[in-house]
Design a protein around this ligand. Structure first.
Ligand SMILES: *Cc1c(COP(=O)(O)O)cnc(C)c1O
Length: 237
């Protein structure tokens, strides 16, 4: 067994065990392989093991890998999730390639993604990234701005608003880990009570995916537990 096969099998066991503990179907949680800083070869190897969904965090790196792998016509084609922070001038490359964007945190980005989504593609599926920590410099819409952003985003023709995403501060304490995930679920429920139809909670990474699944995560974004520690790399956007 290769190391990647072994990591994928262990991760699958963790997800299955958490689903069992939460009394949820395994099919209700999807794994996004967070592949930033991983090579095309690593992505292809994981795809060959049956992993179809990949999440990228930097626009230029995403576009380059997506195009290189598209040229190889993998079957089934990878499903690309853009999960990183986005500057307004870099939305086009994402709108043209991604199936999902998890990190919409302001209306300007949503409007640009909608306007730039090519007419021949289905609407882009998006999650709103919510900043629950309120630490300065963190990405995400604050809770106070969420309702207005959701209402406006849901009107955009090039997008389908699917749910919410959060990236909480790391914690080693499982109880502490659950708090922001529980809050994100409440926020989703509140929006749905007001007429939205959000079916997605993108939350949970290598170190806290069990806590996220217990609180209702439907998409978990996992990098290190699959590919091993990331090599240090130059800052990118
Ligand atoms: C890198 C990244 C992940 C994966 O983090 P790991 O701790 O390596 O599993 C998840 N979400 C986002 C937004 C990321 O940038």
């Amino acid at each position: 067994m290769t190391q990647l096969e072994d990591s994928l099998a262990r991760l699958e066991q963790r997800i299955t065990a958490a689903c069992r503990q939460a009394a949820r179907d395994r099919g209700s949680v999807r794994l996004i392989a967070a592949s930033k800083a991983r090579s095309e070869t690593e992505i292809r190897a994981l795809h060959a093991l049956g992993q179809q969904r990949f999440g990228e965090s930097y626009v230029q790196e995403f576009a380059a890998k997506c195009d290189a792998l598209a040229a190889q016509a993998l079957k089934p084609p990878p499903e690309w999730h853009f999960i990183g922070a986005m500057q307004g001038n870099k939305t086009r490359a994402v709108a043209e390639r991604a199936h999902w964007v998890h990190s919409v945190d302001r209306l300007k980005i949503a409007q640009r993604l909608s306007a730039q989504r090519p007419a021949g593609l289905p609407p882009l599926q998006v999650c709103l990234q919510v900043d629950l920590s309120r630490e300065p410099g963190k990405s995400g819409v604050p809770e106070t701005g969420l309702q207005a952003l959701a209402d406006a985003t849901a009107q955009l023709p090039g997008l389908v608003l699917r749910g919410l995403m959060t990236l909480p501060a790391p914690s080693d304490d499982p109880e502490q880990q659950r708090r922001p995930f529980a809050r994100l679920r409440e926020l989703r429920d509140t929006l749905n009570a007001g007429g939205h139809r959000l079916d997605t909670l993108s939350m949970g990474m290598s170190d806290d995916l069990e806590a996220a699944i217990l609180e209702g995560a439907t998409l978990v974004r996992v990098g290190t537990a699959l590919f091993g520690p990331r090599r240090p790399q130059a800052r990118q956007t």
